[in-house]
Design a protein around this ligand. Structure first.
Ligand code: 5IU
Length: 278
């Protein structure tokens, strides 16, 4: 597809959504397509990992959180996260994976303890409820300039998000380009599931891909890993999501975390340069 060969900067105008534009501009400016996924349960560990990675190289594009696993959560954490995102110029992606009817997800997105829409630039949803989920989430997120990714595929062994399910997810996104800016997926989705009458040659969706590891092939719970090069160059994904490959499974020293982040960042960017210059 044409988006595969274009620079991130040249794709900004393919999107109307402000979060999509922010992401592509940040990628171009920071020369990074790395999202760091931080699945830790202590707020201080979350802040420490961001501080370990961000100031040292300043190349991280995203931090992806699961805010509901933090044991010692209070809203002052959000204020600290917002301060860090301004200081180090990165984007937040709360990996909430909404999955309910529109009315419920609108409440889950805006309210409760976490008030995700108030601070997270990007979030994601399972397409399983159909268009209702986009209606609900966009009623909250669109006025705030937020963006949504649909889960078109998953990285786990035996995932049910395949075939016509994936195609339907892309059709749902195609009808809601103002808010749905792309997918969590394993490959590019431009043109997927489109009818013969539709011209999708200029279509562009951002593809964020998890399941990235340089040293392991998977974990004991069904996760499967591939390399940044396989994802970005081979499959045309745009952004790699890396968690344990960077911060490890037991607490690591700050310089080890920073060095691992640098390694994934360099691999991801090299794969992108190979792709656009190929
Ligand atoms: N994640 C996946 N696979 C998926 C989806 C989300 O791994 O298909 I959708 C999340 C889960 C975790 C992160 O927060 O991405 C990957 O972490 P590791 O790099 O530590 O495996």
């Amino acid at each position: 597809s044409s988006a595969y060969k274009k620079t991130y900067g040249n794709r900004v105008s393919n999107f109307s959504n402000p979060t999509a534009k922010l992401i592509l501009e940040t990628m171009e400016r920071k020369k990074s397509n790395l999202a760091v996924s931080v699945d830790v349960t202590d707020a201080n560990d979350l802040l420490a990992i961001i501080e370990a990675v961000a100031p040292y190289h300043s190349h991280e594009l995203f931090f992806k959180t699961h805010i509901d696993i933090i044991q010692n959560f209070d809203f002052s954490l959000i204020e600290k996260l917002q301060h860090l995102s301004q200081k180090y110029d990165f984007v937040y992606f709360e990996d909430r994976k909404f999955a309910d009817i529109g009315n419920t997800v609108a409440l889950q997105y805006s309210s409760g303890v976490y008030k995700i829409a108030s601070w997270s630039h990007l979030t994601n949803a399972h397409p399983v409820p159909g268009l209702s989920i986009i209606k609900g989430l966009s009623s909250v997120g669109l006025p705030l300039g937020r963006g949504l990714l649909l889960l078109a595929e998953m990285s786990t062994k035996g995932s049910l998000a395949v075939g016509t399910y994936t195609e339907e997810a892309v059709r749902m996104a195609r009808q809601n380009r103002d808010f749905v800016i792309g997918f969590i997926a394993q490959k590019r989705m431009d043109g997927v599931g489109s009818s013969e009458e539709e011209d999708t040659s200029d279509e562009d969706f951002l593809i964020l891909t998890p399941g990235i590891g340089l040293d392991a092939k998977g974990d004991s719970m069904g996760q499967q890993y591939r390399t940044p090069r396989e994802a970005i160059f081979g499959s045309g994904c745009d952004i790699i999501i890396v968690g344990r490959g960077i911060y490890g499974t037991d607490s690591k020293a700050v310089d080890t975390i920073a060095a691992q982040a640098e390694r994934y960042m360099a691999e991801g960017w090299a794969a992108y340069l190979a792709r656009i210059n190929n």
